[in-house]
Write a protein that binds this ligand. Sequence first.
Ligand SMILES: [Zn+2]
Length: 236
Amino acid sequence: MSNILTLLNHEKFFSDVFLYDLDFSYAIEIIFRTTVMFSIILIFLRLTGKKGIRQLSIFEVAIIIALGSAAGDPMIDQEMAIIPSLIAFISTLILYRSITYFAAKYSKVESLIEGQPIYVIEDGKFSLNVKEAQTLGKDEFFAEMRESNISHVGQVKTAILETNGKLSIFYFEQDQVKYGLPILPKEYNKKTIDITVPNHYACTTCGETAYLHYSTSCSRCQGVEWVLAAKDCRVT
Ligand SMILES: [Zn+2]
């Protein structure tokens, strides 16, 4: 502890952290290196053939990390030349191009690299045994559904989690909307394990709905937490 304090009090510590051996000519060199590396990044991202990026698949994130780390060092490290980094860029591009080529040709390669679309909602209820939906986290998932003006799960016929992390949603017709688990925070947070008033309830774990007279466990997933089910239509 006392060592850290001496270090912090020391002027050298601050000059090491903020400046190290930065002088005017090195600063100019950094500007030059950054301009070169930034141009290389742009050129290579264009060469991958992608138009723009909204949602990234894991595979694309890997490419970005690879290009990013190859580009970062030569920007600021005087001992790093640019050509080795360029070689890393070319290898990454070749890898990307050949993997996308094989992924387009063989669906097994595609699902290995990108994963597969997953059903998260079927017939107004959460699909059971969906580990991916659990790792996605209910909060995030509910937020995404609310952005599509969904107030309860009974409005959704099918929802599929795409490999790029996007949620594709197919709705019930207005007259087919079922009782469902409300996902608006105020309603959802009224969840309880004590049922005293008979009514339509939705299981907070799997979205199963039932007309309940007293506290019981969910017939579908054995969950014990319920919330008053909603049945209103989706208004956009
Ligand atoms: Zn349930």
